[in-house]
Design a protein around this ligand. Structure first.
Ligand SMILES: Cc1cc2nc3c(=O)[nH]c(=O)nc-3n(C[C@H](O)[C@H](O)[C@H](O)COP(=O)(O)OP(=O)(O)OC[C@H]3O[C@@H](n4cnc5c(N)ncnc54)[C@H](O)[C@@H]3O)c2cc1C
Length: 498
């Protein structure tokens, strides 16, 4: 089997890249370890999803202390975006520059917001993002407008927006890749952390792959777990080994795009070590797997005992008043947005509570998601031990996150929610993982050049969350998609033009 372009992984990076490369006519093969999610009753059953973990993978990783855990990542066609909250934020323009935080300095990008902006616009158009440009003062300049109006607030959320505005905040509609009518036609549930099987959620399968697979030159092979990349004597990548139906297979490729997600892409590069590259591929800088970041996150429930929240989906509101300032010395604190509605089965899966107590709380709560930047640290890293993945996440900037939490709780109480509960998200859920193969101009300090081509192997690109030099404090998917479009355009002009 051989191909012009081999893409490993069909998540946000891989599928979007495939969509943009497909019109070139090049033979493109996408190898994906997972299968398509089937449209069963489980996909809208909160108990099945959150209690039984029906869609979770069965893999285990180790932490630095040797404890084993099951990571909250999803291996399906479409990757993690199948269960994502579809929040499609742009990084704020200041995220592209070095920025001082309470816990250290965020390094900024090797390219400017202005350079990157056209790709954000294309990604928003492709993923049919719904939003509003005139509400959030931190919204960076857009060269176009959103093609659709924002997903409407439900009445309890419109009331929450008014209460927060009364406290001097500037609530805005979340930018969302959700067709709300199509989503609700499949069942009256939230979409955040629920798998998508139709067109309601604009994810890597329902958008990116759908576009790519309209072209006969694109082939998707599911159930194919890539185990190793192979090199030629000149350092070029020859192809990959993978396992399908328990049997080993090989594929040769002229250009390889690694899009297995920040942890798996790093692990694959490290596992592919050979005599010529004894510390792993693309790793002359010793940076592969380093600078692993996730976000610092909390769930917060705000309640008034006599006010019910009958919202179904809830996840439409955010504010960025503390995104660029708010710390004791004016440092950035982070973003606040709504979670999908926490219902009684979801709450009971997280906290031991009798059914009636869970129903009482969830029937009244408005549920928030607080997110602060995690800063890059070379000792925060992915390594491999034999065939096992070791994730040693060294969380940073936590004090800033706790500041955000304290400030928000105080605002919520003043805005009319006397009861405020909070809980940090589990460290075993690296849902916003990024940064393990960062891009940059210096081959000694970065794994990828500014086009996400590895410094060490001219025909190997990494196109997923790995490239991010900082995590910012907004959800990463739109930035991954925009970079995939930018890199695909470069591949077309260079490798495929030759
Ligand atoms: C519950 C949840 C909610 C989220 N909500 C949001 C949100 O609202 N907004 C947002 O911006 N982000 C959100 N995220 C994060 C977002 O989904 C990810 O940042 C994004 O999908 C990452 O894209 P990626 O291309 O880096 O990797 P992935 O989407 O993880 O794709 C990697 C793909 O590679 C495949 N793969 C892995 N290893 C191999 C291998 N060895 N061989 C072959 N295939 C392989 C995987 O199966 C997967 O399909 C959420 C994530 C989760 C889990």
């Amino acid at each position: 089997m051989d191909t012009d372009v081999l893409i490993i992984g069909s998540g946000m990076g891989g599928a979007t890249c495939a969509a943009a490369l497909a019109p070139s006519g090049a033979r493109i093969t996408i190898l994906e370890r997972g299968e398509r999610i089937k449209d069963t009753a489980d996909t809208r059953d909160a108990f099945s999803i959150f209690n039984f973990g029906t869609f979770r993978n069965d893999e285990t990783w180790d932490d630095s202390k040797g404890n084993t855990f099951n990571p909250g990542n999803y291996y399906f066609v479409g990757g993690n975006s199948k269960l994502y909250g579809a929040v499609m934020f742009r990084y704020r323009s200041k995220d592209f520059c070095a920025l001082q935080h309470m816990g250290g300095t965020s390094p900024g990008w090797p390219i400017s917001y202005e350079d990157f902006e056209p790709w954000y616009q294309k990604a928003e158009d492709m993923y049919e993002v719904r939003g509003s440009l005139d509400e959030d003062p931190t919204e960076p300049p857009h060269s176009g407008s959103y093609a659709f109006p924002p997903v409407p607030h439900e009445p309890a959320i419109a009331d929450a927006a008014r209460r927060l505005a009364g406290q001097g905040l500037t609530p805005a509609h979340l930018p969302l890749g959700v067709d709300i009518d199509a989503w609700l036609a499949g069942g009256a549930t939230p979409w955040d952390a629920f798998p998508n099987t139709g067109d309601g959620k604009k994810d890597a399968e329902s958008v990116g792959l759908k576009i790519a697979l309209r072209h006969n030159s694109v082939r998707l092979e599911t159930g194919c777990k890539v185990t190793r990349l192979l090199t030629r004597a000149d350092g070029q990548i020859e192809g990959a080994e993978f396992i399908k139906d328990s049997g080993p297979c090989r594929i040769a490729a002229k250009t390889v795009v690694l899009s297995a997600g920040a942890v798996n892409s790093a692990a694959l590069l490290l596992r592919s070590a050979n005599d010529s590259f004894p510390t792993g591929l693309a790793n002359r800088s010793d940076q592969v797997g380093r600078n692993f970041m996730n976000h610092n996150t909390h769930a917060v429930m705000s309640l008034h005992p006599f006010r019910k929240n009958p919202s179904v989906y809830q996840k439409t509101l955010c504010f960025n008043d503390f995104y660029l300032s708010g710390g004791p010395g004016g440092e950035p604190l982070g973003n606040i947005q709504l979670l999908g509605k926490i219902t009684a089965p979801i709450l009971a899966s997280q906290v031991r509570l009798p059914g009636p107590a869970a129903r009482w709380l969830a029937g009244r709560s408005i549920d928030w998601y607080l997110m602060s930047e995690d800063l890059p640290d070379p000792e925060s890293r992915v390594t491999v031990r034999g065939d096992r993945i070791v994730l040693d996440w060294k969380r940073s900037n936590w004090e800033a996150h706790l500041h955000l939490l304290r400030r928000f709780k105080s605002i919520l109480r003043k805005a009319g929610w006397p009861l405020v509960l909070s809980r940090a998200f589990d460290r075993t859920v690296p849902s916003h993982q990024c940064g393990t193969a960062r891009f940059g101009t210096d081959p000694d300090k970065s794994v990828l050049d500014i086009w996400c081509r590895t410094h060490d192997h001219p025909n190997l690109f990494v196109v997923d969350a790995s490239f991010l030099p900082n995590s910012a404090a907004v959800n990463p998917a739109l930035t991954i998609a925009a970079q995939a479009l930018r890199v695909a355009d470069h591949i077309k002009q260079t490798d495929l033009a030759a």
